[in-house]
Design a protein around this ligand. Sequence first.
Ligand code: ADP
Ligand code: MG
Length: 746
Amino acid sequence: MLKLKNVSKFYYNKGVIASGFTKVSAQFDTSEFVVITGESGSGKSTLLNVISGLDSYEEGEMYINGEETSHYGESDFEEYRKKYVSNIFQNFNLVNSYTVYQNVELVLLMNGYKKKDIKNKILNLIDKVGLINYKNTKVSKLSGGQKQRVAIARALAKETPIIVCDEPTANLDSKSSREIIKILKEISKDKLLIMVTHDYPSVENVATRVIKMHDGKIVSDKKNNDVDTDRRVEIVDNSNKEIGLFNMIRLGVRNTFNIASKFILLFIVFLFITASLLTEYGALRKSEYESSKLGYNWYFNDTTDTRIVIKKNDGSSISREDFNNINKVSNIERIVEHDILLDEYVWFETDYEKVSEGIFINGLIRDISTFSGKLDYGRMPEADDEVIILVNTYEYYFTERLEDAIKYTYYLNGDKGSIAIKIVGVKYIEEELFFGNDNVIYGDNSLLDKYMTIINKQNSTVKININGNNYDSYNVSGDYFNIAVSDKVSKGNAIISEDINYTCKNFNCKNQNMTINVNNINYVDSLGFKISNTYNDKNVKNLLGINKDNVNYGSIFINKEDYDNLFNKDSYQASVFATKVDFVSDLALELEELGYHTLEMRKTFSNEGMDATKLLKIVKLVVTVILIVTLFFISYFVIKLILKSRNVYFSTLRILGATASHTKRILDIELFINSSLAYITYILFVLLIKNDIINISFIKSVVEYLNIIDYLLMYVILIMMSYLISSRFSSQIFKKSAMKSYREEV
Ligand code: ADP
Ligand code: MG
């Protein structure tokens, strides 16, 4: 069955050639119990390793069933070992953390057997070596003799025609030795058994043949004729069977948990990696978010990043029905119908006649319903003209002299004829709300409506035509003329200042016709009036109910309804706020499909002066990548140290006939399970923090910026890292030949 012809084995060690054995020729057959003896260093082990296919040879030829093997590569020998050879070692080479049963099972699982098919076979084998009472005992708890029996049971399980034993009794007491030899004799009946021993006398009466080695050469080779050798066996062909995925998962799970200390150490390392990854990534997200808030532009004061400005594609106004349809779109937090107000920077000032220092409050104007939080001073508004303000703590009048400041009435642009407000509540903020905007004035709807018409008027060019004469210069936003509302004027009529009489026939405009033309970016409109009267200092109180001191002599008074028809139009531009920044792009797309022109606020930010921010962003990204790579190497070395004790395990697997890729796969699965458990644990921890059950503000402030996609991404990165660690570790073990890595461990 096995034939060696002038085979030599050399070792090359740092340029020095040592000889393992030289020009060995021998032939071995089934049912032989061959004993090899000789002093230490005579080449016995080397010969056994070459016969087992664990080591290569350099000279001569070894035949297996007549087939030459000098051209064999590593995978051919793997195949050969799997099909032909079982090894029994002086050091047992068992998996100490496995039970007796699992050790025998391992070799069968590695060779592709199904778990349920092999149970009886394993129990029979364990019984055969007399360990049935220990089947569920961990191997580490057994005596040397018992361990060697497990090794024999395992060798038998593989059902190979050749069993090779290298000093199997050297570590055993004489009683155990005798028992082991008895078992070996029993199994040698239908196998080729080759055994190296120092203790020839103890095997003298069971060996069928004795080979003596000296200095790397066979010096004698004698048949022991007292023992008959007349049986034949078939070779079980298990060469095509490979370990299946299911068995690999089974072993991966078993290896994850079978050594508690190793499991916990790995778990802690993966927990550390997960925590670092998520914290670092969260911090990156946070700084990204914050720098996005730093953006600004010249057109919009409300730069909330969830804001989308919309206009209808055809330029028409947005109707009630349109708003109802927009409302049906998901992920909308709120809709602001007249969104021009969002961007208006308003100025309210005290009456200079009463307050010589002129106290003012300026900032954005908002609907009181959007106010959130608690007032630091005062109460919520109760009347139409009452407001609360959100002011920065560095506003002198509203911090140091609040008692004074809230006594006064404030007028829009300090103009007593315009909107008047009273401040009844104050809330302080530390930071700017938007770029350059510190304060907010919260009023009710009627205040916002009043302000809206003023803006509409301000943003329009108004021309007046009296009796066919155009007066372009009557631009109402100029400082001369102004269109004002009075309930003393009936619909279709207008009361104008006496000063304008010079423009009319006979210097009297009364009862003449006037048209007001309004033109702005959204619409062009005109309305006809009859000038019902003119006013002056004397009659103004009577006609319009206004004190002469409070009247603006450029004013043209018309009815509220006419005024609204000219200036209080439907909304032409509105803003939609998404519930989350992440939804903005999709929401904008949906609105586009509904027929709106959209502008995402975050896309309007100017890049001017933002190069530094961009650079900072790149630097932060690079730092994150470096951190992840560093993390990878640190964890690789730690995990390598933890797994080092497992090298024996991996070389055992290989000696049992596992291929490199299968062994790696089993490690992949183990690390996958461990890292996933660590990840899940950390996520649970984050959930506890998010729900304020555990209070770690640093982690809380960072994880806030992560969404489900980020979590999945980090999980994928973690799994990839554990996969890379497994690959690196495996390739380091498998760079060495099976025997070399085995020898290094023992
Ligand atoms: P035995 O098992 O009979 O005690 P070995 O087969 O272990 O002897 O060793 C035979 C010879 O090969 C010895 O001279 C030993 O020094 C040498 N040898 C064994 N293994 C190696 C090795 N890995 N590298 C170099 N020389 C080795
Ligand atoms: Mg030896």
